[in-house]
Design a protein around this ligand. Structure first.
Ligand code: MN
Length: 480
């Protein structure tokens, strides 16, 4: 189980009685937060920091504990911040600065200087906030009485993002084949990705996978077909084509398990030894939390895996999507997003059907795929681009809507949405920002989740939504 450590600052200036009270308050607060957050993370108290040496000692615990995904810090009294410098310089995990108090209300009738000295977060947290800022340490600030619902919700958000970052740091991505020939936005600096996000992105020959796929047994394929039939409706009579995909998925699973892989890419330009482009095989894996990016798009693949981790336990769907085509009816503009095959069935509004139809691209046999209409609701569309000297994340608020008419001849799963604040501003903003045609879309996450991920990983963020105007998005063109 993941945990957050709760690390509180004080000093020995106020005497033993005060430190005893500080420790007792901390214990009570840690217990309260633990109780409220226990479905996401456990909260565990560390001894109070009162010297530089004790700060270093506790930060070492934070770093060395593999179950620890981050640290919540707070100054109960004044804690001179020079004694935090060396510890904070060592910190390797996400940090939350919780600006709170042990008490909610001021005891107006009884307040004296002892009370003031004991409860002075307004003072001590400013000293501490300065040193975080001075050291340029990426961190999150949450303000509010710790028992208030909104404060707990903000800490819960931090916990989910911190868990996703811990997952990111351990994520391995397999690229079967390379980036699609000549395509720019899907490419990127894999060395920098590993430095900043921890992603170990490695290339494998599709033949490495085919070797495993060729050894998949009839019994294993039967079991996978049973899984498909329990989840989806078989529409096709071409069962052999579906069995071919079942074989691929078993092969992927074996490959991923052996190498500890959590996300992958493929490309229709490099399918040597495969009869079909992976369709239902990729889709069913995505629904299980495996990241996916087509055409060698390792960034979208990894980001989708990390965001699925962030969305764990939150209602809604998260996965890869591609911008495709528009309905430009004036005032009712909609975007139709899909892909050749690979949309996650997590987005299915109704039970997906399995069908085998031509792909009309590449030179392979007709692939089996899942077809469905999508769920509706507020969502974020998030892409990551490589600007040459930094990564940029673009986050657009959208509203997924019901498709206005049936599309009986469209042989793929699809999602339709309204751009915000309106079609022209939303689309222009995405284009000025250099947004990709591949993205992660999520009805579980929102802009705040994405912004927190960006703050804690030091990633540039551009947001587009109801607070955007045509003049504000046009300014994006001036960013360098
Ligand atoms: Mn694509």
């Amino acid at each position: 189980m993941s945990k957050l450590y709760f690390l509180v600052g004080s000093q020995d200036l106020y005497g033993a009685e005060t430190l005893k009270q500080v420790a007792a308050d901390n214990k009570k607060m840690a217990k309260f937060m633990d109780g409220k957050l226990k479905d996401i993370v456990r909260v565990e108290l560390l001894p109070t920091v009162i010297t530089s040496a004790s700060c270093i000692e506790q930060i070492r615990k934070v770093n060395d504990d593999d179950d620890c995904v981050g640290v919540i810090t707070w100054m109960h009294t004044f804690s001179p911040a020079k004694m935090w410098i060396k510890g904070l310089q060592m910190l390797q995990k996400p940090l939350l600065h919780l600006h709170t108090q042990a008490n909610e209300k001021l005891p107006y009738d009884s307040i004296d200087m002892d009370f003031m000295n004991l409860n002075q977060a307004a003072h001590g947290d400013r000293e501490y906030g300065f040193i975080l800022s001075r050291l340029r340490i990426p961190h999150e600030v949450v303000v509010g009485y710790y028992e208030h619902k909104e404060t707990i919700e903000a800490i819960a958000r931090f916990a989910r993002v911190a868990k996703a970052i811990a997952y990111s740091k351990s994520l391995r991505v397999a690229m079967f084949g390379n980036n699609m020939r000549d395509v720019a936005v899907t490419d990127g600096d894999r060395v920098e990705s590993q430095i900043r996000y921890g992603w170990e992105v490695n290339y494998y020959a599709i033949g490495d996978l085919v070797k495993i796929i060729d050894k998949v047994t009839k019994k294993e394929i039967d079991a996978k077909m049973e899984e498909y039939e329990s989840l989806y409706t078989m529409k096709t009579k071409n069962v052999e084509a579906v069995r071919e995909q079942a074989k691929y998925e078993v092969g992927f699973e074996k490959f991923f398990e052996k190498k500890g892989i959590g996300a992958f890419t493929d490309t229709f330009q490099d399918l040597y030894g495969l009869k079909q482009l992976p369709g239902i095989a990729a889709q069913n894996l995505m629904a299980k939390g495996i990241g996916f990016g087509p055409e060698g798009d390792y960034k979208t693949s990894a980001l989708s895996a990390v965001f699925m981790k962030m969305a764990e336990g939150v209602k809604g769907a998260t996965g890869f999507i591609e911008d495709y085509t528009y309905d430009l009816t004036k005032g009712k503009e909609l975007e139709l997003a899909a892909h050749m095959l690979e949309v996650s069935p997590a987005f299915a509004a109704t039970k997906p059907v399995i069908d085998v139809l031509p792909l009309s691209i590449g030179d392979r046999e007709d692939p089996a795929r899942l077809i469905f209409d999508s769920v509706q609701g507020d969502a974020v569309q998030v892409c990551m681009t490589d600007m040459g000297d930094r990564f940029r994340i673009i986050c657009a608020d959208v509203e997924i809507v019901k498709q206005p008419k049936k599309m009986p001849k469209l042989p793929v799963a699809r999602i339709m949405w309204k751009l915000k604040p309106d079609f022209k501003t939303g689309a222009a903003g995405w284009l000025y920002a250099g947004g990709a045609h591949h993205a992660v879309i999520s009805t579980a996450l929102n802009r705040e989740d994405v912004a927190m991920f960006c703050r804690l990983t030091g990633t540039e963020l551009i947001t587009i939504g109801d607070d955007s105007t045509m003049s504000s998005v046009a300014k994006l063109a001036e960013w360098r």
